[in-house]
Design a protein around this ligand. Sequence first.
Ligand code: MG
Length: 259
Amino acid sequence: MKFTRFTHDASTHLGVITEDTIKEIKGDIFGEWEYSGNTFSIADVTLLAPLKPNQIIGIGANYVSKIDERPTELPKIPVFFFKPTSSVIGPEEEIMIPDGIEQVKFEAELAIIIGKEAKNVSESEMLDYVFGYTVGNDVTAPQFFHKDGHWTIGKSFDTFTPLGPVIETELDPFSVKVEAKLNEVEKQNSSTELMIIPIRRMLAFLTNVMTLKPGDVILTGSPVGAEFVGAGDVIECKIKEIGTLRNIFVPAKRHAKPY
Ligand code: MG
């Protein structure tokens, strides 16, 4: 099932997409919901980020380029970081490059949406707590990584977390490819098998530290091939079974220099 959030006539709706039609739903996608009876043509609406995340957690440097490059011993403490929910935008929205930033990267990623409260969950049961999956772009300005290794600032600017176009609930996350095209040229195309910390392990690790809640989004890392971009560049992050998340980089419209 493909869940969407969209605007029509300046109001925001939830829906389920079937081919070119959206069936509106009322309620909470993580709880009780029902069809309202209203339908919309996709052509008549503007798709938004498919959810307002409760929180967003990313994992750093999580792909190898070939299966046999995966380390035999996994790091005891994976590199996780938070991104602010205020950085979320939807499909076709503009990614703003703040004034004073020369280096901005795209990072196409499989994004996991948690559906049930999860604490101390084992790896084998972890996927029971996953609601679905979307495509994320973990936009990053490494220039603002702290020299001591803290990444928060460089990943937190407004518009730096495009999500979408839908939440797919019926995905096998182990058999998909994460792709990115920059100005229609392929830059990333890797199977999720090339992750270093596997999905079940990263989620179970997190639940042994913190309670994950419905609407939490976990960005699972980006394949090799992410590059620096500039104003005017068009980035398409894609997982075929979910859809394409397309955004354009533009200069920030107002001064956003953080110092
Ligand atoms: Mg990333």
